[in-house]
Design a protein around this ligand. Structure first.
Ligand code: SF4
Length: 187
């Protein structure tokens, strides 16, 4: 499917109740030619306002981590497992994940990345389940490199802490820097 048609098809989506409070749907950012696809959790207040993923403080940290491995947003693709902001930044609910992850699946098909980087526990759990991989808590599997070989080809999955976690626990910034190096080693 063509990327522009895909985006057009998401416009006005009301498949789950998150449409009721959103300002806009935050589809994704970057290039669909990217080797790396980052998958966060959900848009926050700033993202909902601006229509781009990771534009708040967590986004600044993501930019810094990308810069640390010689990349920027123009060279990667970034999306979330749910595309509309949950009220008060609550966790996405099961039904919302069920309805919205179809769009993530299409993003994966369109970008066809060499490395998928789920950020945080929600994205990690969805991506590992999707490919029948054994998971665990994000604190135990962050930085692990999973290899997948299927009909779509071969690619890697490298789960990471969500950058927002490092805003509350600054020690995690160093862990993220080390784990981002694992991403760099696999592209
Ligand atoms: S979160 Fe996803 S499924 Fe729900 S309304 Fe937004 S785009 Fe549609």
């Amino acid at each position: 499917m063509d990327y522009e048609k895909f985006k057009e098809g998401i416009k006005g989506c009301e498949k789950c109740k998150l449409h009721e409070n959103r300002t806009q749907i935050v589809i994704g950012d970057g290039t669909k030619e990217a080797d790396i696809l980052f998958v966060g959790e959900a848009p926050g207040r700033q993202e909902d306002k601006k229509g781009r993923p990771f534009v708040g403080r967590a986004g600044n940290l993501l930019d810094k981590l990308l810069e640390g491995i010689g990349l920027d947003r123009e060279k990667v693709y970034i999306t979330n497992i749910v595309l509309c902001r949950p009220p008060n930044n609550r966790d996405p609910e099961e039904e919302e994940l069920e309805k919205c992850t179809n769009y993530l699946d299409k993003h994966i098909d369109l970008v066809d990345p060499e490395v998928i980087v789920p950020l945080g526990s929600f994205a990690t759990s969805y991506i590992l389940d999707k490919y029948d991989l054994d998971g665990g808590s994000i604190s135990s599997i962050h930085g692990e490199v999973y290899s997948v070989s299927n009909l779509q080809g071969q690619f890697k999955i490298v789960p990471q802490y969500h950058p927002a976690a490092a805003l509350y626990n600054p020690e995690l910034e160093e862990v993220l820097e080390e784990d981002f190096e694992k991403v760099e080693e696999n592209i």
